[in-house]
Design a protein around this ligand. Structure first.
Ligand code: SIN
Ligand code: FE
Length: 291
């Protein structure tokens, strides 16, 4: 069984009919990846120069904060920085339109977070074990606690040379959470407040964030879990786009370059099935509220 739920159409956003929107909502919340094989995000002729080497000042990403209009992780300056800002801001807006067209229930509920441009080839890239995204993991970020809000991401492969982006996708969240929960260290009372006071986190880290970070780390460290034969390999071709809850779907990116990604947050109460959110799954395991 594949973890991809596919949708036709190359117009952005694709004009989905209500039955397709219902199929998309059910699939996404069940931990499927909404896959648009022919939905390309168009790079304008004057933007093609950003697909050359040398713009990135960071190991992985050039990032953009749509709320502030600021760029990070790039050597681009002046006109180039302005052009990169336009490209990434266009992607942020297009991603929002895409989600609203595909899942109208989330309209007005999703909160736009960072945009990222990932020009660097993943294969052979070096990173610390914790930052190694070639290992299966669910997303959780130490400096950005979500307090239980979902991490919903739109990706587009914009590789000009036609290279696919290679992912591996693991078992559903509930079974993975059950598999790991007993070995996750319990939160230390007071440490969240200390993190916030030291300025280490943007907002207070809840017990939910604690468990998600520990789960993320434990998954990446577990050699036998990483080799699990239940994993599905997926190649997202150049010119395709996909939508996925990366806090729920265990994923690893093993090869590819030139992707755009837009993050949104969503309060689980806005889901059709809030009980499928990582927050509710972990709360069931903990037997108490975590956020
Ligand atoms: C990740 O979220 O782990 C990486 C996904 C990607 O860059 O394709
Ligand atoms: Fe990730």
């Amino acid at each position: 069984m594949t973890r991809l739920e596919s949708f036709d159409g190359s117009a952005w956003p694709p004009p989905l009919v209500p039955s397709e929107q219902a199929r998309a909502t059910e699939a996404l919340e069940a931990g499927q990846i909404l896959y648009f094989p022919a939905l390309a995000f168009t790079i304008e002729p004057e933007e093609r120069r950003f697909l050359a080497d040398g713009w990135s000042a960071a190991v992985k990403n050039i990032s953009f904060d749509p709320a502030r209009g600021t760029l990070g992780g790039t050597k681009a300056e002046g006109e180039d920085a302005a052009g990169l800002t336009r490209l990434m801001s266009r992607y942020a807006q297009a991603s929002q339109k895409l989600i609203e067209a595909v899942i109208p229930n989330y309209r007005g509920q999703i909160e736009m977070a960072r945009t990222s441009f990932r020009p660097v080839e993943i294969a052979g890239r070096t990173s610390s074990p914790r930052h190694d995204d070639t290992k299966l993991h669910v997303d959780a970020f130490p400096s950005r606690p979500t307090a239980g809000r979902r991490i919903l991401r739109v990706f587009s492969n914009i590789d000009p040379n036609g290279q696919a982006r290679q992912w591996r996708v693991g078992a559903p969240f509930a079974s993975t959470a059950r598999q790991f929960y007993q070995r996750l260290p319990r939160p230390v009372p007071g440490s969240a407040l200390a993190h916030a006071m030291l300025g280490l986190t943007k907002g207070r880290r809840r017990d939910y964030d604690h468990y998600m970070l520990k789960l993320h780390d434990a998954m990446k460290r577990d050699v036998s879990y990483q080799q699990d034969s239940g994993v599905e390999a997926i190649a997202f071709p150049a010119g395709s786009s996909w939508i996925v809850f990366t806090d729920q779907v265990a994923h690893a990116a093993t090869a590819g370059r030139h992707a755009l990604e837009q993050t949104f947050h969503l309060d689980p109460v806005q889901m059709k099935h809030p009980e499928r959110s990582p927050l509710r799954v972990l709360e069931d395991l903990a037997g108490r509220r975590l956020a």
